[in-house]
Write a protein that binds this ligand. Structure first.
Ligand SMILES: [Zn+2]
Ligand SMILES: [Zn+2]
Length: 189
């Protein structure tokens, strides 16, 4: 099986964000033998993904289209990145969503960078912090696609209710999740 994580821009998002994320994820997933590839063409956001009452996009609707792209193109793992506010089911907002697949060799996830910016909270821009938050949320959602669940340790798999939670967790797996991840990756080969 090809060990590639594809990054998919969705809608109008600064491609520079994806370039930095690719570099950061490459460093993180190198030990698992995964390559990171940026897909060249963005997936458009559709009006049907938008909830005009909530003024947010429906993460699960967008992810459903992402899954279709995964299947059509034969990708085994895709992370969609978008820069609009998203909600999921009963949650007012989410930083991201992911499959928790039975077949761990295949998965899709989605993150939104909108609420990871200091400016969203009317604070001064902080690019380094913004990029670190994106990396944490990306690892977290990708972790789910490998079958990792939420974790209560000092761990990137800890659930983020708000930005403070994101800032408090490290951009890495705890020992338990790292061991689980090793077993999952070994089962690929
Ligand atoms: Zn999660
Ligand atoms: Zn953990």
């Amino acid at each position: 099986m090809k060990k590639i994580i594809y990054l998919q821009r969705i809608g109008d998002i600064d491609p520079g964000i994806l370039i930095v994320l690719k570099k950061d994820l490459k460093w993180f997933f190198k030990k698992y033998g995964f390559k990171i590839v940026n897909l060249p063409d963005p997936l458009p956001l559709l009006e049907s993904d938008y909830d005009s009452f909530k003024r947010q996009y429906d993460a699960l609707k967008v992810k459903r289209r992402l899954i279709k792209a995964v299947i059509i193109n034969g990708y085994n793992r895709v992370l969609g990145v978008l820069d609009v506010d998203i909600f999921s089911k009963f949650l007012n907002f989410v930083f991201g969503v992911a499959d928790l697949p039975k077949n761990k060799s295949f998965g899709s996830a989605l993150i939104s960078v909108t609420r990871l910016r200091e400016e969203f909270y009317r604070r001064t821009e902080n690019v380094a912090l913004f990029e670190l938050r994106i990396l944490k949320e990306a690892i977290h959602e990708l972790g789910h696609t490998f079958g990792l669940k939420h974790c209560t340790n000092f761990c990137v798999m800890k659930f983020s209710n708000d930005l403070e939670d994101t800032d408090q967790k490290p951009p890495k797996f705890c020992e338990e999740c790292a061991n689980r991840m090793d077993i999952i990756i070994d089962s690929f080969e």
